[in-house]
Design a protein. Structure first.
Length: 241
């Protein structure tokens, strides 16, 4: 499905966000004001701009990790046709949207002790009802594609190198078919060979009609995969504080 032929999967509308600095007497630290954009199926929209303008904060608001002060974050499920304002939802709503609509690849893998890498990757599929062994087979295929040595598949990733952990993290985020995928610097710890693999995976998601919102400081990667770039500094509140 080409971008623009259906309603956007993500709509961010007039979002405002400030942090309260409790250790400084409740001082309000503004982050963004009037943030607004949309991401349609088959797009890879990149949040651009210098450090400190609120790119990661926006990604975390869309995932529901951060609340917002004003505005709306609308998620549309192409399968059910339902639209939910994540900003107005309770924790149960947020968790349901993560299960059905929005996937996320963070910068760092939060590894569960003593759980094998293959099971870490397979878990999102199992949580959505897939048979455990079928999910593990798909996990193994993704880890192989990302050049993780077979000998590591059945080991807990807590002792892996940074690049190895990130490949497990990427496989875990890409294994499902969520309509919206959030990517926070997924290639930062990778060598050139594996960056290319991740770019191919992103391109495949775009071709499948997934809407992608991401942060990429690597200009080569960004130029290759971005449908368009949003300059977050245009609605950063920090310059006005």
């Amino acid at each position: 499905m080409m971008p623009g032929t259906s309603p956007p999967i993500l709509s961010v509308r007039d979002v405002e966000k400030s942090f309260t600095m409790h250790l400084r007497g409740g001082v309000q630290l503004p982050v963004v004001r009037g943030a607004g954009f949309a991401v349609a199926a088959g797009e890879c929209v990149v949040l651009g701009g210098p450090s400190g303008v609120g790119k990661s904060s926006i990604l975390r608001m869309v995932y529901g990790n951060y609340s917002i002060d004003a505005g709306a974050i609308l998620l549309s499920d192409p399968e059910s046709g339902a639209t939910v304002d994540l900003a107005a939802g309770d924790p149960r709503t947020v968790l349901e949207q993560r299960r059905s609509v929005v996937g996320y690849v963070s910068q760092f893998l939060r590894a569960i002790p003593r759980v094998a890498a293959v099971d870490v990757v397979a878990e999102p599929l199992v949580a959505r009802g897939a048979a455990p062994e079928a999910a593990r087979e798909e996990a193994r295929a993704l880890l192989t594609k990302l050049n993780l040595p077979d000998a590591l598949f059945d080991l807990p990733p807590a002792t892996f190198s940074g690049g190895e952990k990130q490949r497990v993290n990427i496989a875990r985020g890409f294994i499902t078919d969520h309509p919206l995928l959030l990517l926070d610097e997924p290639t930062a710890s990778l060598d050139a060979k594996n960056r290319d693999v991740v770019c191919q995976m992103i391109e495949a998601k775009k071709a499948a009609g997934v809407a992608i919102l991401g942060i990429f400081h690597d200009e080569v990667v960004r130029d290759r995969i971005a449908t368009r770039i949003i300059d977050v500094s245009t609605f950063s509140a920090r310059k006005a504080a």
